[in-house]
Design a protein around this ligand. Structure first.
Ligand SMILES: Nc1ncnc2c1ncn2[C@@H]1O[C@H](COP(=O)(O)OP(=O)(O)OP(=O)(O)O)[C@@H](O)[C@H]1O
Ligand SMILES: Cc1ncc(C[n+]2csc(CCO)c2C)c(N)n1
Length: 250
């Protein structure tokens, strides 16, 4: 059985040599503080489609408060959502510069979901499949954080990869099977975790970690692997249930 290969480093490396093999991806900016310009810049530069989820537009705009002359270099393709959070003057600012502003009112999908739907719609038209990187999907409200993890489950059946990136970490959902995670420890680590969220438990076999598991059943109330450490540039994880993998960002 061949392993699924994951590499957030391909997106996050500032060295273009590392990123030449990078698959195309859509960047979705959510409504959480954007504290790290280094992350925003590198993810923005290489994205094929740049979307703000509603108040994510405020966060993008506000991240240039101390550097307003750079703001014009970061114009999103689309701002989508119910638009109850996007400030009117910011909506106007981006509209004037060519951003498509899309207001959708569905009361049973979050603005993040509405943006993922946009990526799917565009991909269907262009017969491509973008990976998705959501910036600042974890942290803040716990229900929204859980909704972000839920989003990973909703996209689990697709061949695209989805990365939740925040100031502190990169988080993905590993579906049933064997995974090879290629790391760049200049960017990622030292801590990491493998957590069976949304399932009763998972039997895990790992390599490349300080504390590895060998066909070990992990569950809440039993053992989950948090505050683990990278011990290699390649980590393998075999699992019989979907599990969340998270690695710290330096
Ligand atoms: N407090 C928060 N904590 C974590 N994530 C958030 C928070 N607020 C918003 N988000 C993320 O940013 C997206 C856009 O947020 P938005 O500006 O629309 O706020 P919202 O109206 O509270 O969100 P929604 O309408 O999606 O429930 C949300 O769909 C969610 O993914
Ligand atoms: C069981 C259930 N719980 C909560 C909501 C509310 N809700 C979920 S997503 C969303 C949109 C937010 O912009 C809203 C209002 C619902 N519809 N169904």
């Amino acid at each position: 059985m061949s392993a699924y290969v994951w590499s957030a480093a391909k997106f996050l490396s500032r060295n273009s040599k590392d990123t030449t093999q990078r698959p195309p991806y859509a960047l979705i900016i959510l409504n959480q503080p954007l504290n790290r310009r280094d992350l925003l810049s590198v993810l923005w530069r290489n994205a094929s489609l740049r979307i703000c989820a509603d108040g994510g537009g405020n966060r993008l705009y506000d991240s240039f408060t101390n550097d307003p002359s750079s703001r014009d270099q970061f114009i999103p393709d689309v701002i989508r959502g119910d638009l109850d959070s996007l400030r009117p003057e910011i909506q106007e600012y981006y509209r004037e510069r060519g951003t498509l502003i899309e207001q959708l009112h569905a009361q049973d999908s979050t603005d993040f979901m509405k943006c993922v739907a946009l990526v799917r719609e565009r991909d269907e038209v262009h017969k491509v499949e973008h990976d998705i990187i959501a910036l600042s999907a974890l942290g803040g409200r716990f229900d929204q954080t859980m909704a972000s993890i839920h989003m990973l489950f909703l996209l689990k059946g697709e061949s695209r990869k989805v990365y939740l990136v925040s100031d502190e970490c990169v988080t993905v959902l590993l579906d049933v099977g064997k995974h090879e995670i290629r790391l760049d420890q200049k960017i990622e680590g030292p801590t990491c975790g493998v957590v069976p969220v949304g399932v009763a438990g998972a039997t895990l076999t790992t390599s490349g970690l300080r504390w590895n598991l060998d066909h070990y059943y992990c569950n809440f109330g039993g053992l989950i692997s948090t505050s683990n450490l990278l011990d290699s540039d390649v980590v393998t994880i075999e699992t019989d249930q979907p599990v969340v993998w998270t690695v710290e960002l330096r």
